[in-house]
Ligand binder design. Structure first.
Ligand code: SAH
Length: 374
């Protein structure tokens, strides 16, 4: 028996494992992992379940949903909002999630510039007039790099004993593979896309001829810029209403980056300070034990003070040191730590971000900590 298909003890009742809707969403998630689109729109997003799954894909920076039913989107849209953890640990990428109320039969400029557009179990809900306009809106106007369309394969329906007409009362039609493929090939040809067919929900053994339960067309734009791309058209008026918008905290935003860098500088400096103090302490003990003078690996020992010239020389070096009860940790040393380095990019940026937030030595080259300070 196929791994995603189970015939329950009751003969004739088909159950997919994982459930078919999850297999469809997983198909999209895998596609996102493969092609790494930055801007993704889900048309007919309903309760936003797919969008919620996609917001964890780190390549995505813009996520949009569209549905003609505002109430179904509103039910769960709060789940698209950032969580406390998103503020505590802002992601490196920026992410904006927007939900629009409107129809795929209308063009709106907010849907321009997307890399991937998904239409999962949408087209069979469209009225004839809407289905006629759909290709021009999605392929002609939005013209994303990739479009994925899934729809029921009616050849599978005889395997569902309860299904007499359509699988869902709101379906306006259900196509067999030939009908869907003819429509998809003609649409692809007209808008200069290529199309590949696949699906999810394998038929049971011995029934392979019916094909997948859900048929899927993956359309890839052939030209870098489709012929009907909006910039060549008359500017289009907004047709959709925005019902939700969330901007996730990101390190691309200077205020979150500054917090993250200051935190990381403190953390790194504390580690260096502790290591230095531990090392000085053990050397001090050794010195006392052996009654011989030994030089610290790190510069002068805890109680030793330097003259002005000596202090300047040491401050500019990469070595942390202690003078009286102050620990000096050169910024260059902190900058050499991978996380600080990655966050700031340049030494100048590090200096700029911590200015006024961290106590620095008089020449600004080292972070200063009191030896007692935690
Ligand atoms: N993609 C979702 C929902 C599929 S049900 C999923 O896979 O579970 C189809 C959805 O399309 C419904 O939420 C319905 O409100 C929406 N819909 C129907 N006609 C539409 C239209 N003309 N424009 C946009 N959305 C539409």
């Amino acid at each position: 028996m196929d791994k995603n298909f189970q015939e329950e003890k009751f003969p004739g009742i088909i159950k997919f494992t994982p459930p078919l809707f999850k297999q469809r969403y997983q198909f999209i998630k895998d596609l996102v992992e493969k092609y790494k689109p930055k801007k993704v729109a889900d048309l007919g997003c309903a309760d936003c379940t797919l969008l919620r799954m996609l917001k964890s894909c780190s390549c995505i920076e813009v996520l949009a949903g569209l549905d003609s039913c505002a109430s179904v989107m509103r039910e769960n849209m709060h789940k698209l909002s950032p969580l406390p953890v998103d503020y505590l640990q802002p992601a490196e990428r920026s992410l904006t999630v927007t939900l629009h109320h409107g129809s795929v039969a209308h063009k709106d400029p907010c849907m321009l510039g997307f890399d991937l557009v998904t239409c999962i179990e949408l087209i069979e809900h469209l009225e004839e007039s809407e289905l006629k306009k759909f290709p021009e809106v999605v392929f002609g106007f939005m013209a994303p790099t990739i479009v994925v369309i899934s729809t029921p394969n009616s050849e599978f329906n005889p395997l569902f004993p309860g299904v007499t007409v359509f699988r869902h009362p709101d379906h306006k039609f259900e196509w067999n593979r030939e009908q869907f493929q003819n429509w998809a090939l003609e649409t692809a040809r007209h808008y200069d896309y290529s199309v590949e067919f696949t699906g999810v929900g394998h038929p049971p053994t011995g029934m392979e001829s019916v094909g997948f339960c859900t048929q899927i067309g993956m359309f890839f734009r052939k030209s870098p810029q489709a012929s009907g791309f909006a910039q060549f058209e008359e500017p289009t008026e907004a047709a959709y209403k925005t019902v939700f918008k969330a901007e996730y905290p990101s390190l691309k935003d200077e205020k979150y980056l500054q917090n993250a860098v200051v935190d990381e500088v403190f953390c790194t400096a504390q580690i260096i300070k502790q290591r230095l103090l531990d090392s000085l302490k053990s050397e001090h003990e050794e010195c006392n034990d052996n009654s011989t003078e030994r030089k610290s690996k790190f510069q002068p020992s805890l109680n030793c003070s330097l003259d002005e010239t000596g202090k300047l020389i040491v401050e500019k070096s990469m070595e942390p040191f202690v003078n009286e009860n102050v620990v000096y940790i050169p910024l260059q040393t902190i900058f050499s730590f991978p996380k600080v380095n990655r966050l700031c990019g340049t030494f100048e940026k590090l200096c700029k971000l911590i200015a006024g937030k961290v106590t620095l030595s008089s020449d600004g080259s080292a972070v200063m900590f009191n030896t007692e300070q935690e």
